[in-house]
Design a protein around this ligand. Structure first.
Ligand code: HEM
Ligand code: HEM
Length: 183
């Protein structure tokens, strides 16, 4: 029997914080793109930035999933009642699903656009569009709808995620952050 570690692996910790802040920035930039009346000179670069970071998050997800599957994961604290353990596992599972579905729906949406505009990652290289989707209004419309619904779902799950960390710190005096950091 191997002993459970008391923190996540270094690769998971690094990816959790980089991806975490990137996702929050993506949600903020997406909402600005959608609901703020921006000048064209700002709007285009913001879309390019949103798409650049967004597609890179697909690559980051592949690494993150590999780390989750192959690196040792700490067992949830024994102080957690069984129901909360189940809820934590469900919440983390939902976050992984959303971390993939969010950028995938954006990639599909952009690939289905009739503009055929390439996705240039920070003007450095081109991220391919998904073949045979260009101009497909039906798939493009569905992907756009999914992108919006998934974004608001992610906001809800994240509020719960951070709320749970705060609740455990305040009510049970268990600092879960030490599991997601080097201590
Ligand atoms: C900035 C606010 C955030 C804080 C304070 C935070 C904190 C934490 C902590 C303490 C854990 C470890 C939970 C445990 O004890 O097992 C954790 C796990 C996790 N967090 Fe966050 N987090 C934040 C943002 C995010 C964001 C934005 C995402 C995704 C978009 C995210 C995704 C995850 C996932 C998927 C896990 C589970 C890791 C695993 O089991 O592999 N977190 N977070
Ligand atoms: C990685 C995570 C991503 C997050 C969290 C995210 C978040 C968002 C949000 C919140 C919106 C506003 C949605 C609304 O209220 O209707 C949005 C819009 C948009 N996103 Fe993303 N996005 C992500 C990835 C991507 C990717 C990878 C692409 C394309 C390659 C993309 C392309 C777009 C476009 C084009 C819009 C504007 C849609 C429109 O004009 O109606 N997103 N995004």
């Amino acid at each position: 029997m191997t002993l459970s570690p008391d923190r996540y692996s270094s690769i998971t910790i690094i990816l959790h914080w980089i991806m975490g802040f990137a996702f929050i920035a993506m949600l903020a930039s997406g909402l600005v793109m959608e609901y703020v009346d921006l000048d064209r000179a700002v709007k285009f670069p913001l879309y390019q930035l949103h798409k650049s970071v967004g597609v890179l998050l697909i690559a980051a997800f592949v690494l993150r999933l590999a780390a989750r599957l192959f690196a040792p994961t700490p067992a949830l604290p024994d102080t957690l009642p069984p129901l909360e353990k189940t809820l934590a596992k469900l919440g983390h599972f939902a976050l992984y699903g959303l971390m993939l579905a969010m950028p995938m729906s954006g990639w599909i949406m952009s690939s289905a656009s009739s503009s055929g505009l390439p996705i240039m990652v920070f003007d450095l290289f081109e991220w391919p569009l998904i073949p045979d989707l260009s101009g497909n209004k039906e798939i493009g419309g569905l992907a756009r709808e999914a992108h919006t619904i998934l974004a608001f779902t992610l906001i809800g799950v994240l509020v719960t995620h951070v709320g749970a960390v705060i609740k455990h710190a305040v009510v049970e005096k268990t600092n879960l952050l030490t599991r997601m950091w080097w201590s």
